[in-house]
Design a protein around this ligand. Structure first.
Ligand code: KG4
Ligand code: ZN
Length: 366
């Protein structure tokens, strides 16, 4: 079975063709990073126009790279939400149009669920493959697990006790962790998106040079919980940056200051993620942990989680499946379609985008 996936919830226009065993036949992305970089963040109106411009050639490329025509596609899956409404609309309506034109089932997919399940994508060397053979489907490989989704828009801990059942154990009370990376990078005069740049700088710095308090640990109510907060940490970093500029009577920051503050921030942010997952494991004990979303590309996240939770099987998708992509949307589409093949809901083209949509309300196949 082959599913065509479409993703356009933020600043990446993406298409993919994925088989029901998680094998990715093609995965194409038009990133808008260069367009938004000069504004230091995503501008929604510009983003939706860029999606419109990118779609026709991406659609051609995704089929060409997979060496298939629409005749061989079994169903179309598109991101329905959450995300920027103007952006979602472009990909979702295009998907509906294809479903109508080619008379294919249409599967609306939740973006965060896409991240949660991105660990099932790829080949045996990538992420999660069970001892079942690689010809088994994603559904056949399912076992309960805990997922940490860390991206520019989301920081959530989600338990998956059964297939297609998602429960939020914790989420951010303010900034997402990727957003904190992006804002701090901007403060330090580094380019957008800040995560990868700050990660590289942090690897060269001394993580002990600045002592930042671990978020939410001074409050007993939150200490044992799974909520996140990164705005206090961001403000603490901003204060040090201001003090440094005042001390030097210059806006210019030295490279040694940048690498040290990046390393100290990163150490605190990653420690906070680890501490929250420790708490989540008390609530949902499991031996399987999935890390997903753009920040799961982070070198320190990968290193610290692997060494800290050595008795847990940790799955981290390949970087191209961590950041926004359509393979993860097609992968979810495949399992949903398999579970309800004859559902008439796959032919409902009256659906609209859902810019604010909880994972707990997905899937809704009534
Ligand atoms: O998943 P994603 O592509 O988009 C959202 O759904 O938000 O994640 C993008 C975010 C950005 O904030 C980016 O700075 C961050 O992921 N990111 C990283 C790294 N690579 C990407 N953050 C920290 N370290 C990285 N290596
Ligand atoms: Zn995302």
């Amino acid at each position: 079975m082959k599913i065509l996936g479409i993703e356009s919830s933020c600043d990446e226009t993406a298409f993919a063709v994925v088989e029901s065993n998680g094998r990715v036949l093609s995965n194409v992305i038009a990133s808008q990073i260069d367009i938004h970089a000069r504004f230091g963040g995503v501008v929604p109106e510009i983003a939706s126009r860029a999606h419109l411009e990118a779609i026709p050639s991406l659609f051609e490329n995704v089929l060409a790279e997979a060496s298939v025509s629409m005749d061989y596609i079994d169903a179309i899956a598109a991101t329905q939400g959450p995300g920027l409404s103007g952006c979602l609309l472009v990909g979702f309506e295009f998907g509906k149009g294809l479903a109508l034109r080619y008379q294919k089932p249409f599967i609306p997919v939740h973006h965060i669920v896409g991240h949660v399940e991105s660990v099932f994508l790829g080949t045996e060397e990538d992420a999660w493959q069970s001892n079942l053979s690689n010809s088994s489907t994603i559904s056949e490989r399912f076992e309960p697990y805990l997922a940490l989704v860390i991206s520019g828009g989301h920081s959530s801990i989600i338990s998956v006790p059964n297939q297609h059942e998602y429960k939020i154990l914790g989420q951010t009370m303010d900034d997402a962790v990727g957003e904190a990376y992006d804002k701090i990078a901007k403060l330090l005069g580094l380019p957008y998106p800040g995560g990868p740049v700050l990660d590289k700088r942090a690897q060269k710095g001394d993580p002990e040079s600045f002592k930042f308090p671990l978020p939410l640990t001074n409050n007993s109510e939150y200490k044992k919980g799974c909520m996140f907060s990164f705005s206090g940490l961001k403000t603490a970093v901003a204060r040090e940056v201001e003090a440094e500029r005042r001390k030097n009577k210059s806006e210019e920051l030295s490279e040694s200051f940048i690498i040290d503050i990046a390393a100290s921030f990163q150490k605190t942010a990653v420690s906070s993620l680890i501490q929250r997952i420790e708490n989540a494991l008390d609530i949902f004990p499991t031996k399987r942990l999935a890390l997903a979303g753009g920040v799961a590309c982070n070198s320190e996240v990968r290193k610290q989680f692997q060494s800290h939770f050595s008795d847990i099987k940790i799955a981290i998708p390949k970087p191209e499946y961590c950041t926004d992509n359509a393979a993860m949307i097609a992968g979810v589409g495949a399992t949903i379609y398999e579970s309800q093949k004859n559902s008439s809901s796959f032919h409902n083209l009256q659906l609209n985008v859902k810019p604010s949509w909880s994972v707990e309300d997905f899937p809704n196949l009534s």
